[in-house]
Design a protein around this ligand. Structure first.
Ligand code: PHE
Ligand code: NA
Length: 440
């Protein structure tokens, strides 16, 4: 045992690359491979990339840098960081804490579908309707939570960090193989034309801007405090701006490539690209079951989805676990059991709404409404709270010193004003439009 590991006051720290890999693992997930392509397809193809890239740079990357900086500066999970900023603000951390727990719960339902589909790719696909009327999705939902808990309950380095050291190369390899095969298909031109040709007329639709902003938040895991938690284990020697650029860049690249994989396949087999969320679970399986080497590519595709989802889930579990460890000095194992049990219970109605039970909330399947509330609507709220609190109340010198530590790129004072005024304003506009679009 090294001397450090017996010292209980020393916080766990990522090894070199461990942090960036884990943060990429958190960012890259169902949001990139499952959601991004169909959102682009439904929203004007390549034109969607314009609002996406604008949101990405205007508040995506800045907020990611802020979360990393706050995490490292306060050496604590999100509730702890708020508490150390000001004791009376401690409860503000409960918002991202609860959001993450809820997202963990329904995200595991969809991750569970992808797990089932890995098996189907070999045994033959079950029709999606038949699948979601059976109890099978419940089993894969619990299996996913169990698997994530098994990883997180071990300590940081041997658990999350080590898992990502295997999962991220697997993801990259699966992505690369699928990418090469997609480019060799006859429908590649039609697919790419559909995916990337901008229909600029859609830019006058505020809905596109709102969708893009929501997609950036969800995809980069911003506003949930999970990046903040990961940042709390970051060593002082790591340059935060560069890490954030790598993580955000990887996230964007994977999302982009996922579309390049999916649309050529869809077009090569004469399917309709706009088939919404179920593109991955209805359209693609149909194609995989007829194409050459379809079981291989099908398995690869669903492994890609599951690996991406699992590594994202690890960060969600850690968000909850770190809070309990920091706040109540709980052992990591006990905290993991509680977080996973809570998610299994909270996620039950979402899982059941796609397992043969007609559970709805505000007129949509339970899972869809919970996603809208906790994965979309509350996110700009929570991101604003984090942004406002830490840019106004944390002394600007400390904030800048932490962000610039060992970085060749240095932020100036203007960055603090940007976070104080510009980002909250952008988030307010996003939030107001999201609410208006949802209700109208
Ligand atoms: N960023 C992940 C994705 O794109 C989802 C996620 C959301 C991860 C919230 C952590 C926290 O799939
Ligand atoms: Na993502």
């Amino acid at each position: 045992m090294s001397p450090e590991s017996t010292d209980s006051t020393k916080r766990a720290e990522w090894s070199r690359y461990g942090f960036v890999l884990a943060a990429i693992g958190s960012a890259v997930g169902l949001g990139n491979i499952w959601r991004f392509p169909y959102v682009v397809g439904e929203n004007g193809g390549g034109a969607f990339l314009i609002p996406y890239i604008i949101s990405f740079f205007c508040f995506g990357i800045p907020l990611m840098i802020l979360e990393f900086t706050v995490g490292r500066g306060f050496r604590g999970s999100v509730v702890t960081a708020f508490g150390r900023l000001h004791p009376r603000l401690r409860h503000l951390g409960l918002l991202p804490f609860v959001m993450t727990l809820v997202v963990f719960s329904y995200y595991s339902v969809i991750a569970g579908w992808t797990l089932a589909y890995i098996i189907f790719s070999v045994t033959g696909y079950m029709d999606f309707k038949t699948f979601t009327s059976s109890p099978l999705p419940l089993i894969t939902f619990f299996a996913t939570i169990l698997l994530a808990g098994t990883v997180v309950k071990v300590d940081l380095k041997d658990g999350i960090e080590r898992a990502n050291r295997y999962l991220m190369p697997m993801l990259a390899l699966a992505l690369l193989i699928m990418f090469v095969q997609a480019l060799a298909l006859p429908g590649v031109q039609a697919g790419l034309a559909y995916y990337l040709t901008p229909d600029l007329s859609v830019l006058s639709d505020p809905g596109i801007w709102v969708q893009a902003a929501g997609q950036v938040f969800f995809s980069l895991s911003i506003g949930f405090g999970v990046l903040l938690t990961y940042g709390s284990y970051l060593s002082d020697s790591a340059p935060i701006p560069r890490s954030a650029a790598v993580v955000a860049g990887a996230d964007f690249l994977v999302a982009l490539v996922a579309g390049v994989i999916i649309f050529p396949v869809v077009f090569s087999f004469g399917f309709d690209p706009v088939s919404g969320p179920q593109l991955a679970f209805i359209t693609l399986p149909r194609i995989f079951s007829t194409m050459a080497f379809g079981s291989f590519f099908g398995a690869l595709f669903f492994i890609l989805l599951f690996v991406g989802a699992l590594s994202s889930i690890l960060s969600m579990v850690e968000g909850g676990v770190a809070t309990m460890v920091d706040e109540w000095a709980w052992p990591r194992k006990k905290a993991t059991y509680l977080v996973c049990t809570l998610a299994a219970v909270i996620g039950l109605p979402s899982a059941l709404s796609y397992a043969g039970f007609n559970l709805t909330l505000f007129g949509a399947p339970f899972l869809d409404t919970v996603d809208l509330l906790f994965g979309i609507l509350l996110v700009p709220v929570s991101a604003s709270v984090i942004c406002l609190a830490f840019s106004w109340l944390w002394n600007p010198e400390s904030l800048l010193a932490e962000a610039n530590k060992n970085s060749r790129f240095k932020f100036s004072r203007a960055a603090v004003y940007y976070l104080r005024y510009v980002v909250p304003l952008l988030l307010l506009v996003t939030l107001a439009s999201t609410v208006a679009m949802t209700l109208l």
